[in-house]
Design a protein around this ligand. Structure first.
Ligand code: SAM
Length: 333
């Protein structure tokens, strides 16, 4: 007779104990204050092991965002309300949102229909990726050092999605004229709504098409671009929340650089002398450096990291051999 296999009971000492999460009905019934409800929401969100990174990066901030939205409260002020009691219906509405976030893994921005970026509200829905580009932070914090007092007159937002970068640029540089291009008509329809909300439709022009194709011979002082740059291996591991966003907004090919190669090749033609391309590359710096090893450029640091934004001038691109009229990029020997 073979040895008996250890039973679950026999091995229980080596297995983490289960932790129950109180159900929604009991939470609606028994909890009272916003603080109570936020604590329960955090428990529920944490137990569901969700993915963050589409507006918040932790369960507390996510719960606060959903609570303030569902209660019609200002998005940036939770403290004054923490000890306020919620009515039964308010608790129910909030916990229903939390349940949808956990069960369906819908990003909070798509649940609420809005996203906030550096204090600006943008409409958000599955027509476009949720606004979170690091370019907006750099535009406010560090880009000035490079512009050396020269405000850009003409700006291009390449791959504009829902228009958050184009709108932020139009508001940041009040004299500038902004063009914004995207291949997705759906994304552009959302961008048009956002332009109207921010009343910048007379200074931001939307173009439908492939990268630089719709702008013809126009030239810019500044090109801002948050392209699809996620490499294939990372795409295969994307959590459900990110799969809710358009695939064409994220996938950048095998090394994430498919579109970026084309952007660097054509950017010199679309830039004026002294102009800059500010390009988001996320966590793909190793792939970027491997793909463009002859290029001199600077990383613009932001809170999220030192090497997620690339700033490169027209002159640096040309020196490395990039430019439509110059043929293939020159490689370092
Ligand atoms: C990462 S999203 C950025 C959206 C927006 N700029 C933002 O930061 O929220 C990339 C965008 O590039 C667009 N896109 C993909 N391929 C493109 C192409 N060949 N030409 C123009 N836009 C493209 C997608 O439709 C998507 O809206």
């Amino acid at each position: 007779m073979s040895a008996r296999r250890p039973t679950a009971r026999a091995t229980a000492s080596g297995v983490a104990a289960k932790r129950a999460v109180v159900g929604m009905d009991q939470a609606v019934q028994e909890l009272r204050t916003l603080r109570d409800c936020l604590r329960h929401a955090c428990t529920r969100l944490s137990a569901a092991a969700l993915a963050y990174g589409q507006g918040t990066d932790n369960a507390w901030d996510e719960a606060v965002w959903l609570a303030l939205w569902s209660l019609h409260l200002p998005p940036d002020r939770v403290e004054p309300f923490l000890d306020a009691r919620l009515t039964r219906d308010e608790r129910k509405s909030f916990f229903e949102l939390i349940e949808r976030r956990c069960r369906e893994r819908v990003p909070a921005a798509y649940l609420t229909g809005e996203a906030w970026l550096r204090g600006l509200r943008f409409r958000a829905d599955p027509r476009a990726i949720i606004p979170r580009s690091l370019i907006v932070e750099a535009m406010e914090e560090t880009l000035d050092d490079w512009l050396a007092g020269r405000e850009p007159d003409d700006i291009l937002d390449l791959c504009t999605g829902g228009g958050s970068i184009a709108i932020s640029a139009a508001l940041r540089f009040a004299q500038a004229r902004v063009d914004a291009v995207d291949l997705s008509e759906q994304a552009l329809s959302l961008a048009a709504e956002n332009l109207a909300d921010h009343q910048v439709q007379d200074r931001v022009n939307l173009y439908h098409g492939d990268l630089f194709a719709p702008i013809g011979d126009r030239q810019y002082d500044l090109i801002l671009c948050n392209p699809p740059y996620v490499n294939s291996a990372s795409m295969r591991k994307l959590p459900a929340e990110f799969l809710a966003e358009p695939d064409t907004a994220l996938a950048g090919g095998n090394d994430g650089m498919d579109l970026i190669r084309r952007i660097l090749a054509d950017a010199p033609k679309a830039l004026r002398d002294g102009g800059f391309l500010l390009l988001e590359i996320g966590h793909e710096a190793p792939f970027f450096e491997a793909a463009f090893d002859s290029l001199e450029f600077a990383y613009l640091p932001v809170a999220a990291g030192e090497d997620q934004l690339v700033l490169v001038s027209r002159e640096q691109l040309r020196a490395a051999g990039y430019g439509a009229t110059l043929g293939k990029p020159r490689r370092r020997r």
